[in-house]
Design a protein around this ligand. Structure first.
Ligand code: UDX
Ligand code: UDX
Ligand code: ADP
Length: 516
């Protein structure tokens, strides 16, 4: 049952387009996949050994599919020749960014479809014949309809089949998510031509069991993607709102979360209290849903979802206030160390990271910051760019370190804001046994990939990448360089307060009452 498709073009070589196409190419040696982007630097990076994004397991797949390192015919290409790739493709993915609008109607809430529209125009101008166009980017409901009207006006002689096929991968686990997705969602019109296009797209997901490929109408598919992200964000805000109650009482959020998660109707995922969710999706997609509800005059619905983001902002401020209060209400001439700048572990992505908001609020109090992140420290400029809205002297007041202990010298407090395994206080697993002992190592890094049905070489490379970044920091050495009373604020619930307490630290954890 080989798919008919021979060529795929993906417009957008970002966090979605890059890994998705790498896996499609890996799983379909007979399909040529070309990922195109306007950004020449990004494409040059995708063609190099220094990929533009860090994602466990990705580089091994790119090497095989792009370079043919295991004797395969290369079938993954990266290019800035957008028109040529569009012309040759049978299926075109649109995987461009859809940030929140910054100006005009809906500014600060609606999704900016400018990049989607520009990609559509490129297709209309370059495609010589009918093509299958696939919306991969997360878009508001009705975007497929808009695309249809763009094509109808720009290319009336050709009839493109438009499908919605949102991507559900999470960063840090993208390869695992792509290889073993909970579902592949394909939205289409119900006429014969559209259904045939939907079947052709489904055949690209050759490695996914048939019962996980879900067909819906276009609106449902677009709304389901937004809904999934909003519901996930809502769970985090729910648990975070409860963490505030825990801190003010004797309850412990991890005990509460565990107790409620045992109810099968609730389940255990996305219930980890934190200093706030980050990433390019949750805040933006909640805002997009709020905007859709408001546009439909459903103001109570809009307010309901708006609260998800409000609680997230509240959580970040609450965390910062706790730090300031423990440091006697003043941060002037004090040094604070931030552990973790990525918005979650196993990624170098910093978009909407809680660290950025917390850092901005701390800097406003007059302190100096030291930052250490196992991945982002290698790209200090990114941290300065993230803080550039704050104003002057950022480079004098924020120092980025590539070593955790050095970052902590004379610090009044250490703040953990990303859940890197690196910061954990348990024993460092023996990575030297990794090739033979993959399962043990993978479960330690929280990625049970063999259980998830990944083949052994892929599972090993995913674990290897994640693990390389997760050698534990030396808390003993940190104890000897920080200022007393050796304050640690754990915004991710990664350290054991008792273990650190034995080293002389005082640990303040999210969702647990303060130590007095
Ligand atoms: C609930 C809890 O389920 C139970 O664990 C707790 O001990 C008491 O409160 P109950 O109120 O008896 O139990 O019934 P439940 O099945 O939870 O339904 C409550 C209401 O929600 C009903 O009106 C039900 O029709 C409605 N409901 C439930 C929905 O509208 N949609 C759903 O998906 C589920
Ligand atoms: C999310 C969705 O999970 C994914 O399905 C969708 O395709 C894109 O958006 P992502 O943002 O990459 O993926 O990561 P996710 O693991 O969902 O985490 C988002 C943020 O929530 C991170 O900052 C994370 O640290 C935080 N989080 C997650 C919590 O604070 N608590 C949790 O229990 C889970
Ligand atoms: P995501 O996280 O959704 O993948 P990214 O911002 O990482 O988003 O990537 C989106 C990519 O899409 C960027 O590299 C951007 O340059 C690219 N892009 C945006 N518009 C176009 C376009 N019209 N043609 C080609 N590439 C585009």
């Amino acid at each position: 049952n080989r798919p008919l498709t021979k060529r795929i073009c993906c417009i957008g070589a970002g966090y979605v387009g890059g890994p998705t196409c790498a896996v499609i190419a890996q799983q379909n040696p007979h399909i040529e996949v070309t990922v195109v982007d306007l950004d020449e630097v990004r494409i040059a990076q995708w063609r190099s050994s220094n990929l533009p994004i860090f994602e466990p397991g990705l580089s091994a797949i790119v090497e095989v599919t792009r370079d043919g390192t295991d004797g395969r015919q290369p079938n993954l290409f990266f290019s800035t020749a957008i028109s040529a790739a569009i012309q040759q493709a049978d299926i075109i993915f649109i995987a461009v960014n859809t940030p929140t609008k910054r100006m005009g109607v809906g500014a600060g809430s609606a999704s900016d479809l400018g990049y989607v529209e520009s990609a559509a125009r490129m297709i209309a101008n370059a495609a010589p014949a009918d093509k299958i166009i696939v919306e991969k980017s997360t878009v508001p409901c009705g975007t497929a309809e808009r695309l249809r009207s763009i094509f109808a006006s720009l290319a009336p002689a050709r009839s493109f089949s438009i499908l919605s096929n949102p991507e559900f991968l999470a960063e840090g686990t993208a390869i695992k998510d792509l290889l073993n997705p909970d579902r592949v969602l394909i939205g289409s019109l119900k006429d014969d031509r559209s259904m045939s296009a939907a079947r052709e797209l489904a055949s690209v997901y050759s490695w996914v069991p048939h019962d996980r490929v879900v067909h819906t109408n276009l609106y449902s598919s677009e709304l389901a993607k937004l809904a999934a992200n909003c519901l996930l964000a809502q769970r985090i805000s729910s648990i975070n709102s409860l963490s505030a109650i825990c801190e003010a009482t004797g309850a412990d959020i991890s005990e509460v979360a565990n107790a409620v998660s045992l109810d099968q109707r609730i389940g255990r995922h996305m219930l980890k209290a934190s200093a706030g969710f980050g990433g390019s999706c949750f805040k933006k997609d909640v805002l997009s849903l709020v905007y859709i509800a408001e546009s439909l005059h459903l103001y109570d619905v809009a307010n309901y979802w708006r609260a998800v983001n409000s609680i997230n902002e509240h959580q970040k401020s609450r965390f910062t206030s706790r730090v300031i209060s423990a440091l006697h209400g003043t941060l002037l001439r004090k040094k604070i160390t931030i552990f973790g700048w990525a918005y979650k572990k196993n990624t170098g992505d910093t978009r909407e990271s809680a660290s950025i908001s917390v850092a901005a609020q701390l800097l406003a109090e007059g302190c100096e910051l030291a930052v250490y992140d196992p991945q982002v420290s290698t790209n200090a400029q990114q941290i300065y760019r993230d803080l550039e809205d704050i104003g002057t002297n950022i480079r004098e007041r924020v120092r980025v370190w590539d070593n955790a202990v050095d970052a902590c010298v004379d610090a009044c407090a250490v703040l953990i804001l990303t859940e890197w395994d690196h910061f954990k206080t348990d024993m460092l697993a023996d990575t030297s046994t990794l090739p033979e002992n993959c399962t043990a190592a993978s479960s330690d890094s929280g990625i049970d990939m063999l259980d998830d049905g990944l083949d052994l070489p892929t599972a090993k490379s995913v674990v290897h990448d994640a693990f390389n970044k997760s050698d534990r920091v030396d808390w003993c050495a940190i104890a000897s360089v920080v200022q007393r009373p050796r304050l640690v604020f754990d915004g991710r619930g990664v350290v054991d307060p008792v273990a650190l307490g034995a080293l002389g630290f005082r640990v303040e954890s999210i969702g647990k009452a303060s130590v007095t």
